[in-house]
Design a protein around this ligand. Sequence first.
Ligand SMILES: *Cc1c(COP(=O)(O)O)cnc(C)c1O
Length: 421
Amino acid sequence: MSAVESPTTPRNGTSHGVHLPIYMDNHATTPMDPRVLDAMMPYFTKIFGNAASRNHSFGWEAEQAVEQAREQIAKLIGATAKEIIFTSGATESNNLAIKGIAEMYKERGNHIITQVTEHKAVLDTCKRLEKSGCRVTYLPVDAEGRIDMEDLKRAMEEKTILVSIMFANNEIGVIQPMEEIGKLCRERGVLFHTDAVQAVGKVPVDVNALNIDVLSLSGHKIYGPKGVGALYVRRRNPRVQISAQIDGGGHERGMRSGTLNVAGIVGLGKACELCREELPMEAERLRKMRDRLKARLESKLDHIHVNGTMEHHLPGNLNMSFVYVEGESLLMGINDIAVSSGSACTSATLEPSYVLKALGLGDDVAHSSIRFGLGRFNTEAEVDYVADKVIDVVQKLRELSPLYEMVKEGIDLTKIQWEAH
Ligand SMILES: *Cc1c(COP(=O)(O)O)cnc(C)c1O
């Protein structure tokens, strides 16, 4: 158990030791750790200065708090404080990194390499750059969710200036071969950016060991506040330059203007400090709970499978497909549990997840997939409740499923000639 009381669990839990609804969607966002809130509180009222005010103590105090946060963030990823640029979150960090590098290095080249299961903040940024003269290669992933290093080598060319590959995927929790990518990029003199939102604070991240040049992270995925993030920008070997995308007072070494969100930054710093101190213990605890959930589901249900390799995987993630179950009915049946499904709500239509489709899953299997995102405040009792509930609902839905009935009788569904309508 975590030493800290969960902000999502009131004292009057039910007799089963869980309070409903259960939050198990920690890849979407995390509740703020109460210790982070404590650290932030004074900066809303008492210590309210503008960190850019150089003429009085109000400004100096705010600046001091910001510099401490910079140290805390840098320490978590093996960087130095001067290499941390504050932003409004990882969406902005990804935009700043990719657009800023494309603009700064346009004399050298216009080719960018990324991959198909990136977050939309990377994919849509690349798509926009394609409209203004950049060429982008979107590498495929294998059935396990990882890129092939040979594909990356083949994609690199004279005009390649940037490789942007996420550290860990937000849907399937799969970790990309960061060390190999970093090594290759360094050898070829190509900059390496990574969207590390899901990895930072969850698994060890060291920008020097991995040859990462630019890295995006976000507060609200690591028990910090929403609306604050950071971009690590390497200062030595090589010194990376980035064109500002927001102009103004020249804050953040001219890379990102705007009065700093001091309270948010203090919170992000504290969140990083807590992650660093507790990472080994917390990762172990989450891994155990995740494996317990997986084992329990697999012991009672057939025709279910894990999406993404378990070998290179975030400790708190489990993405599973429940075949022969209708996705929406499944979600409805477990509506006292907050999880994500394999359907992405884009403009009111229910699209199957592009990440799961990239692994080769069919639309219906993607729809009947669930992402369990375990976090700091989940308990073993919650895991057991979730497992039992999912088992119950899946079994009930399958009792109503003619397809599942046929499979049970040994009929090969792929050999059936369905009547055309
Ligand atoms: C959440 C997330 C983002 C966006 O971060 P925000 O701070 O919410 O803008 C980007 N990339 C990944 C992988 C994420 O999970």
